[in-house]
Design a protein around this ligand. Sequence first.
Ligand code: NDP
Ligand code: HSE
Length: 435
Amino acid sequence: MKVVKVGLLGLGTVGGGTVNVLKRNSIEISRRSGCEVVVTKACARNITRERICDTDGIQLTTNPNDVINDPDIQIVLELMGGDEPAKSLILSALSQGKHVVTANKALIASHGNELFAAAADNNVTLAYEAAIAGGIPIVKAMREGLSANKIEWLAGIINGTGNFILTEMRDKGSAFADVLKEAQELGYAEADPEYDVEGIDAAHKLCILASLAFGMPLNFEKVYTEGISTITPLDVTYAEELGYRIKHLGVARKSDAGVEMRVHPTLIPEKRLIANVDGVMNAVVVKGDAVGSTLYYGPGAGAEATASSVIADIVDICRQLDVPSDKTVPSLGFISDQLQEIALLPIEDVTTAFYLRLSVEDKPGVMAGITTILAENGISIEAMLQKEPKHGTTAQVILLTNSVVEKGLIAALKGIESLDSIKEPAIRIRVESLQ
Ligand code: NDP
Ligand code: HSE
């Protein structure tokens, strides 16, 4: 059987998990790929550190060039993360005719257009299944399984750390900082956990999913992003009273006006399957014109779950080692000269329903003032809760609006917040029916 030598850049959570699964399942992987896949070299910053994997038979180095310049290595796994030196190392490996597998969504989102072009120029593959939703084979599903469809929209819980935090806070009442620490210990979080908490990691993934869905170049800087750090237990409780769950959702939708890409906390009806995706699990709903709604579910982070995706890419590459890259599945699922620039909508032009929580003075006539301003801006109320003051005279009014263009809602809130009876800035969270 043909031996394919693999070199690793990075031997942490994902790198270590990949070595473990490659060793444990070597026979199954050979039967699937037609090759004996052997890890010969791995690079890390500190090669004396204890690893989660057995490194017997693997030459360890602190110099990434020892891996990418090794003429026997045919596939390089970039599992170190970050922009540099990862980008330069990938470009160098590609230029030497090596195939590259990466889990680095930050790099693909920000530099994927350049990196995919470099892979094509060098007639090799740059694969990235592990970059989105951990162990869920969502890239394969979108590039191949859904290729008959015009994709209308997709929505996903695509950060495992964030979903883990929200779930533990809701179910156990745990403190945000404690759960984040646990997620870090479990190997779920990014090197900078702000990426998870502030939605940047989800925005990286959403940008790639949107390009896969609509056949457009990557446009990371156009993704609207809000994090989860502003979600309060009060809003989680009120949302549940109204029959909703709050999830950190990435949404990409194509309409005649253009494409919207946004990551933000979102109320989802509790009866939707995706509203019940908890812990580190991720899920992506993709709506195609032919197939209808499809749902992809699985672990969004973690050593072996992510390794599952890394190794699926290795198997694909092994099966196609002698196939010219223009005959393999295109990086973004569309032939590269068929990618199209599409207008990208600013968030002010996006239409969604809203959850509003207003802190109001508990006195007659307050509701009339609020509803008048909403009506003047063409906004109607779909549901309402009123919570009497526990202390003092400030009551909570919770409203669900109809679908409204965001700039219309902002104008209405400006008017509402200027009323004497409104005590604090309104809390607003977007609502998606996902139908
Ligand atoms: P870790 O921090 O666990 O591992 C990173 C590895 O890269 C470590 O072995 C580190 O060395 C090595 N490394 C980092 N910088 C350098 C450098 N300059 N030179 C040499 N070695 C270097 O990260 P993860 O495994 O969690 O993540 C890796 C990538 O996978 C990231 O892009 C991440 O976004 C992505 N990813 C992570 C998932 C997860 O669940 N953790 C899931 C999906 C994607 P040392 O060990 O000595 O510090
Ligand atoms: N930090 C990421 C997450 C890793 O929690 O989803 C998987 O991409």
